[in-house]
Each structure stands twice: as C-alpha cells, then as structure tokens.
Ligand binder design. Sequence first.
Ligand code: C2E
Ligand code: MG
Ligand code: MG
Ligand code: MG
Length: 278
Amino acid sequence: EARALGRGRHARWLPEVGAQGERRLRVVADLRRALEREQLSLVFQPIMPLDGSRATAIEALLRWSHPDLGEVSPEQFVPLAEECGLIQPIGAWVIEQACRELVGLRAEGLAFDYVAVNVSVLQLREQRFAGMVADILQRTGMEPRRLALEVTESCAMNDPDGILARLRALKALGVTLIMDDFGTGYSSLAQLRSFPVDLLKLDRLFIQGIEEDEGAAQICEIVVRLGRALRLTVVAEGIETEAQRQYLRQIGCDYAQGFLIARPMPAASLRQFMVQAA
Ligand code: C2E
Ligand code: MG
Ligand code: MG
Ligand code: MG
C-alpha cells in the first residue's frame, strides 16, 4: 500500500514516541505551541505544465522545525495533529499563509497560477470550514480559483459528515479542488464521480514504476484518459527522471511535479526558480 509505505519511510520517530507515552505527550505539547513559537513554515514545490500551454503552479507543504528533534516530517506530525485536534487550527494557518504567499508573489509579477494546499478530512468535517475559507480569501485578497484544496480521504457511502456538501460549498465559492494521490490509499472511482473536483493528481507510486513496470505505465495512460473523459486536468506527482517526464508528456498528462523539476523550497527561492525556468 502506497500510504503505508510512505508513512513507513519516516517511521523512525513515531514508534519511539508511541512507545514512550511521556515523550509522546511532550511532543504533542510542543506541537500545540509550535504555531505561536513560529516553528511551522511552508515550503513550495512548482507544478509545471508539460506542454507549455499553462502557467506554473505551486503546492504548499508544511514543515515543523523542532528545537530538539530537528525537521519533523509532515507524515509524522500531521497524523499526530489529527489525533489531538490540532489539525484544524494548523490547517487554517496553512491556508491563510499559502494565500498570502501567492498574492505576494503575484504582486511581484511572478504569475503562479494557483497554490495547492493539502487538507485533512477532519478539516472537511467541520461545519464552518467553507465559511472560514471564504473569510481567508477575503482577508488576503486572494482570487478564489487560485486556491486549490487537495483532498484524499473517501467519505462514507451515506456521507454522515456532510463532506460532499462542504466540497460543493467550496466549489460555490469558486475554489479549485484536487483529488490527491489518485489510484492509491482512499481515493476511488466512485469518489471521483461524486466529488466536484477539477484536477486529478496521479500518485507517485505509478510514476515511479513507469520505467520498470509495464503495468504502472499503462495505469498512468488510463488515468490520463479517464481525466480527459471526465474533463479533469491531470497532474503527475513524484517525477524524478527525464524518461518519466517524456512518457507523461507523450500520453498527454497536463502538469508535472517532482524532484526532477524542483524540490519543495522556501518562497524566497521561487523567484530564482521562475527566472531560471523562463
Ligand atoms: P502529498 O500531498 O502527496 O505531497 C507530496 C509529497 O511528495 C511531499 O512530501 C513532497 O515533498 C514529496 N515529493 C515531491 N516530489 C517528489 C519526488 O520527485 N520524489 C519523491 N520521493 N517525493 C516527492 P512531504 O512534504 O514530506 O509531505 C508528505 C505528505 O504530508 C503530503 O503528501 C501530504 O499528505 C502531507 N502534508 C504536507 N503538508 C500538509 C499540510 O499542510 N496539511 C495536511 N493536512 N497535510 C500535509
Ligand atoms: Mg498533496
Ligand atoms: Mg500527493
Ligand atoms: Mg502522494
């Protein structure tokens, strides 16, 4: 499972914390104060059009710089924040910060198309989520379509949490919606059909199999065709080799994101990136 593998890769820290209740509690307490202590920050990874016909976009990724533990991966602390009810305030901070950054970059003449922000299903479960997003858009002067929210989790068949209604409310605001990690984890075809998403992000598991595994390459091609049939823009994440980029361009994928193009970087470095990419 891609999700399990992804978590396992950074799992050194969490079992340790899990094994020692006291230490875990301390980390939770630290996370609770991380916002006010300004230990959280965002880095941005460019999302480039494959055929040059669109503008470059960016994905905002959360970082926690802990005084003793160093850089803690979001794969570690986001689940923790979800467990202890901190993902809502942290998530709201991420959205506002990302909007401010995009508005600022555009004001400097760096015409990034949109900023994508990951949202937890726990945020989507909050009744006031769409209203909060509307407030942030207004406060920051952000054009709604330039905020793209990345969602992953499936809602239950009968949707007791009203997630579908919340996604529709976000669409009504004019916000862009992305189905993240498509093809793995919790995303499904049923969800794709019922969720009002605009973009589809093909999980890096398939991208990384393109050269070794005929099946992975075929899945990429089929997802691109599926996206086209449903009038969705398709983004490939985790592109690390030129061969992968070539293949994705050839099958008509719209956008590319990955270490081959650029690693996630602080906003200041995006200026230099745009100059070099131009
Ligand atoms: P994601 O949304 O699927 O983000 C893509 C992850 O893949 C990022 O890891 C990114 O640094 C990494 N990546 C990008 N290109 C490549 C590549 O070419 N090769 C490889 N191996 N990796 C690549 P990161 O920043 O560690 O984030 C991990 C996950 O944490 C994200 O996966 C997302 O699910 C979650 N996350 C990050 N920021 C936030 C946030 O603000 N809120 C929430 N709720 N979750 C977040
Ligand atoms: Mg994402
Ligand atoms: Mg993703
Ligand atoms: Mg992923």
